[in-house]
Write a protein that binds this ligand. Structure first.
Ligand SMILES: Cc1cc2nc3c(=O)[nH]c(=O)nc-3n(C[C@H](O)[C@H](O)[C@H](O)COP(=O)(O)O)c2cc1C
Length: 196
């Protein structure tokens, strides 16, 4: 199997982007040829990619108000046929606040991955890996959230449901990175092992 991998991601606040960049680095260290595509970049025309040139495809999205980025969703829709062909090893990953808690993760997987696969008629099988990773909540002075997202996050931080609300208690000027890098690294290790 050729070792050419396409990583196509869309991130709103940077978490999925950081994971995707890390995946490129890990794959290149293992001898893969990697194209990393930011689906939010204006210079990208995702509809013109020749996905069949790759033997591996990684698709990443962040979650906001229970939604994927529209760019990653369009990508999934545009390439459903190639994803279902079984000829490409596909890995789909998300950065989601709700997946930060290992106990809540299965719920996030169901809601944000299995439901979306169902919506786009994506077949489950050995060629498809998927996982939901935690996310970043950033109310620090260096945050890249715009005023609306900052306001929504501040409201969530004060919403009195600590058990069901991963943003609960995040203070003003605080940044919480709730990602589990062992989980994130494990996903790419499994992806790589499937090439052998
Ligand atoms: C305004 C706002 C709304 C959010 N809504 C959700 C949500 O509905 N579900 C969830 O799991 N995480 C939610 N999050 C957490 C994000 O998933 C987390 O910030 C993640 O890092 C986003 O990925 P990205 O940085 O790649 O965009 C929200 C975050 C913000 C700031």
């Amino acid at each position: 199997m050729s070792k050419k991998v396409l990583i196509a991601y869309a991130s709103r606040f940077g978490s999925t982007e950081e994971i995707s960049i890390k995946y490129k680095q890990v794959l290149e260290e293992k001898g893969f040829i990697v194209d990393l595509i930011n689906l939010k970049s204006r210079s990208t025309n995702p509809k013109k990619l020749n996905v069949n040139d790759y033997s591996g495809l990684l698709i990443g999205s962040g979650i906001r108000v229970s939604r994927w980025t529209k760019e990653a969703k369009s990508f999934l829709k545009a390439y459903t046929k190639q994803i279902n062909s079984g000829k490409i090893l596909v890995g789909v990953y998300l950065s989601s606040g709700e997946a930060s808690d290992p106990e809540k993760r299965p719920e996030a997987v169901e809601k944000y991955l299995l439901n979306v696969f169902n919506e786009f008629n994506i077949d489950l099988g050995d060629h498809l890996l998927y996982d939901a990773f935690g996310g970043i909540y950033d109310l620090s002075k260096d945050t890249n959230l715009n005023w609306l997202n900052k306001r929504m996050l501040t409201m969530a931080a004060n919403y009195p449901e600590p058990d069901s609300n991963p943003a609960f208690g995040i203070g003003l000027n605080q940044r919480k990175d709730l990602r589990d890098w062992d989980q994130i690294n494990n996903f790419i290790e499994i992806f790589i092992s499937k090439f052998q």
